[in-house]
Ligand binder design. Structure first.
Ligand code: COA
Length: 166
C-alpha cells in the first residue's frame, strides 16, 4: 500500500471512497465527499493523501487549516478521514493519520486537532487539549496534538467550507 498526495485524476475516486465510508455512519450528513471537494475548491486542502493499492484508492485523509480565536497559528484540522468499508480495520486509516502527522511536522506546523473517538485517535497522540475549545460538537470528542511546546488557548474554527457543506 502506498500513501501519496492526490492527483487530479483521483478526485472522483476520493469522492466515492469518502461517500462509501460515511454512508452508514449515524453521525454523518452524507456530505463528506462534497466537503472534500469544497475544501479543494477553496484552496484549503493543506493535505489530501490517498492510500492506494494496485491502482485502487482504499482510503483518504484531508487536512485543512484551523484558526484559534480567529488567528492562524499554524494549527490544522485532520478530517474527513475515510477508508472503504471492505478495507477497514486493516491499518489503512492509521497509515493515513501517521503520514498526515508526519507531513505536518515536517512542514513546521504547530499542531493538529481532530474531532473523533479518543479511543482511536489517542493512539496517535491526540488527547483532550486544555485551553482549546470547539463549538461544533461534544467536547469529549475534540482532541488536540501540539507538535512543540506551544499550548495555545482559544476557540477553534475549521475552514468555512465545513459550515457551508458539512
Ligand atoms: C475510522 C476509520 C477511518 C478507521 O480506518 P481503519 O483503516 O479501519 O483503521 P485502522 O485499521 O488503522 O485501525 C483500526 C483500529 O481502530 C479502531 N477504531 C476504528 N474506528 C474506531 C472508532 N470510531 N472508535 C474506536 N476505535 C476505532 C478499531 O478498533 C481498530 O482497533 P484494533 O486494530 O485494535 O482492532 C474507518 O473506520 C472509517 O472510514 N470509518 C467511517 C468514516 C469515519 O468514521 N471516519 C472518521 C470520522 S472522525
Amino acid at each position: 500500500m502506498l500513501i501519496r498526495d492526490e492527483t487530479p485524476d483521483d478526485h472522483r475516486a476520493i469522492h466515492g471512497v469518502v461517500d462509501a465510508a460515511f454512508a452508514h455512519m449515524p453521525y454523518s450528513n452524507q456530505k463528506e465527499g462534497d466537503l472534500v471537494d469544497a475544501l479543494r475548491g477553496a484552496g484549503a486542502l493543506t493535505l489530501s493523501l490517498v492510500a492506494e493499492e494496485a491502482g485502487e484508492i482504499l482510503g483518504h485523509v484531508a487536512v485543512s487549516p484551523v484558526t484559534i480565536d480567529g488567528a492562524a497559528l499554524g494549527w490544522f484540522g485532520l478530517g474527513p478521514l475515510a477508508v472503504l468499508p471492505a478495507r477497514q480495520r486493516q491499518g489503512v486509516g492509521s497509515a493515513l493519520i501517521e503520514a498526515a502527522l508526519s507531513r505536518l511536522r515536517a512542514a513546521g506546523a504547530a499542531g493538529c486537532v481532530v474531532f473523533g473517538e479518543p479511543a482511536f485517535y489517542g493512539r496517535f497522540g491526540f488527547a483532550k487539549f486544555d485551553g482549546l475549545c470547539f463549538a461544533g460538537g461534544p467536547p469529549e470528542l475534540f482532541l488536540g496534538l501540539s507538535f512543540g511546546p506551544e499550548t495555545p488557548r482559544g476557540s477553534v474554527d475549521y475552514h468555512p467550507s465545513f459550515a457551508l457543506v458539512g
